[in-house]
Write a protein that binds this ligand. Structure first.
Ligand code: FO1
Length: 311
């Protein structure tokens, strides 16, 4: 089994390549839920949905989130009622949130809900939320403490970042299957996701980082930072705000205690020596994923590095 740690859009793009390189049922994805948010009484889980929709082949490919060809009638009506509608939830996407909330209210755990939704969408890959407990990534700014989605979408990441807080992390435990998957993996991939608020949140759950350190499988990461900037999202602002160097090296430092290999972009080849001085072997390639071929090529490299090319 290949185990991947994942956030949202960047991870989903990579995973699309991965399930073309190895059988989808041989992949387990552990997904960040720190971005989860309640709106209109509905439980919304952006990263889980991005991963599910992408693997199911129904994601809006332009945006990288939401469902393709979705309409926004429900949101328009909510706006008519005077509600805030800064988080763009499509009509079909809304059905996911309604059903998830309905199942959670019946007492099911988030991991059980994900299993039900995945099955309904015909997904063969195992998708597990990092935890069944409520964790919320909060961004400390001069305008106050903001939920990550409020910081990113409502306020367009314009506030200066002073710190990051994982609300609820102390009481959160890994979801069933998370630690087992890591300990029994044949190979582990850290997807090109935000190292602070996607992978960083997963790593903050008690026991996960330790499991990665102890895992017998080789661990390869893919840098989400290329040429000193993130491929997508606000990783640079968050890293800078926390005093972390905004580079593939800065990411490698965050993963240095468990990472064996790191794939960085050609534009960052000048960082090889610095990263390798951390005890991490570096591989250089074009990491930008535009086409399916790009995704497959990157996934094939990751899989071959961890020695699983014949799975
Ligand atoms: N991102 C945006 O930039 N604007 C949106 O209105 C928005 C809505 C949205 C709805 C459902 C969903 O699953 C994701 C959505 N995203 C939106 C993406 C999301 O904000 C982030 O990209 C992730 O949370 C970070 O991984």
């Amino acid at each position: 089994m290949i185990v991947a740690l994942a956030g949202g859009v960047g991870a989903a793009r990579f995973l699309e390549g991965l399930i073309n390189v190895v059988p989808p049922e041989r992949v387990t994805v552990i997904v960040n839920t720190g971005d989860d948010i309640e709106l209109y009484g509905l439980y919304i889980s952006p990263d889980l949905d991005i991963i599910m929709y992408t693997i199911a082949g129904i994601v809006d490919r332009i945006k990288g989130w939401g469902i393709e060809n979705d309409t926004f009638n429900c949101l328009d009506m909510l706006r008519t009622y005077g509600l805030e509608t800064w988080f763009l939830l499509g009509d079909r996407d809304m059905a996911t949130h309604i059903y998830r909330t309905f199942l959670l209210r019946q007492g099911l755990r988030l991991s059980e809900v994900v299993r039900i939704l995945s099955k309904a969408l015909g997904i063969k890959t195992t998708i597990i939320p990092m935890t069944d407990d409520r964790v919320q990534t909060m961004i400390l700014t001069d305008s106050g403490v903001l939920h990550f989605e409020e910081y990113l979408v409502k306020r367009k990441a314009r506030d200066r970042v002073r710190g990051v807080l994982y609300k609820g992390i102390e009481d959160a435990r890994p979801a069933p299957g998370v630690i087992d998957a890591i300990m029994n993996a044949d190979g582990i991939i850290i997807c090109p996701s935000n190292p602070v608020v996607s992978i960083g949140t997963i790593l903050s759950i008690k026991g996960i980082r330790e499991a990665l350190r102890k895992a017998r499988a080789k661990i390869v990461g893919i840098s989400p930072i290329v040429g000193g900037a993130p491929i997508k999202g606000p990783a640079d602002k968050l890293m800078r705000g926390l005093g972390i160097e905004v580079s593939a090296y800065g990411v490698a430092v965050l993963y240095r205690d468990f990472l064996d290999y790191f794939i960085i972009d050609e534009r960052d080849s000048h960082l090889i020596d610095r990263i390798e001085s951390l005890g991490i072997k570096v591989f250089v390639t074009n990491t930008i994923m535009r086409s399916l071929e790009d995704k497959v090529r990157l996934a094939r490299l990751a899989v071959s590095i961890i020695g699983l090319s014949r799975m």
